[in-house]
Design a protein around this ligand. Structure first.
Ligand code: GRF
Length: 216
């Protein structure tokens, strides 16, 4: 059983997807600790409901970012966490924090990175007129939303989309690719070779086109 820690700041629907898969028996992992930097995060209610251990660690309680991150790292390590999952955690972690969990911090981002990094990725995709967007699970490195990619899911962007409708379409796939990624770690199938991540035994190669190709 892979011991995971989940870092959250808000709603926690991706956390919920992990909890649901664990309860269903489709994810061979245990959530040893959830850390929220936001005392008002709805994710905390989800933890209470499902008996998941949760700590609130607030940035403002520590003099420096380093001290704040040390507190999070210590809590995770004290629970024996092997994989750290950022699920809507709204802070950028330092190299030092990452060094405690080498190649074992992952993040979910609501775009096909390297497109639309940073905040409001779904709005960026709509405003840009992208015909596809999607979501990515990647290994966290010092860059923001740009570490080695584990899995991406593609969704079409429709002419009538706004930020909310595209977010909703993408979110459904976030809830699938995040638990899938964690399960791959649990099965020991994730091989990181520089920027390239390979999943041993996975099937690669589906092809999406949007709008659909016509006969011409
Ligand atoms: C998700 O869209 C995730 O991709 C992004 O932040 C959002 C968090 O949503 N990093 P939730 O808190 O998991 O519901």
């Amino acid at each position: 059983m892979l011991k995971i820690g989940v870092l959250v700041s808000g709603r926690g629907s991706n956390l919920q997807a992990l909890i649901d898969n664990i309860e269903r028996g489709t994810l061979q992992a245990s959530i040893e600790l959830v850390v929220s930097d936001n005392p008002k995060a709805y994710a905390i209610e989800r933890c209470k409901k499902h008996g998941v251990r949760c700590e609130v660690i607030r940035r403002k309680e520590y003099p420096t970012k380093e001290d704040f991150e040390e507190a999070i790292a210590r809590s995770l390590q004290s629970k024996g966490v092997e994989l750290v999952v950022l699920a809507g955690f709204m802070r950028i972690l330092s190299k030092r924090f990452l060094s405690y969990f080498p190649e074992r911090v992952i993040n979910i981002h609501p775009s096909l990175i390297p497109a639309f990094q940073g905040l409001h990725a779904q709005k960026q995709a709509v405003d840009f007129g992208a015909k596809f967007s999607g979501c990515t699970v990647h290994i966290v490195d010092e860059s923001v939303d740009a570490g080695p990619i584990i899995i991406q899911a593609v969704v079409p962007v429709l002419p009538e989309d706004d930020e909310d409708s595209l977010s909703e379409r993408i979110l459904k796939f976030e809830h699938r690719i995040l638990p899938q990624s964690v399960q791959w770690f649990a099965e020991g199938r994730v091989k990181v070779q520089g920027r390239r991540v390979l999943i041993a035994g996975a099937k690669y190669g589906e092809l999406p086109v949007n709008p659909a190709l016509e006969k011409f």
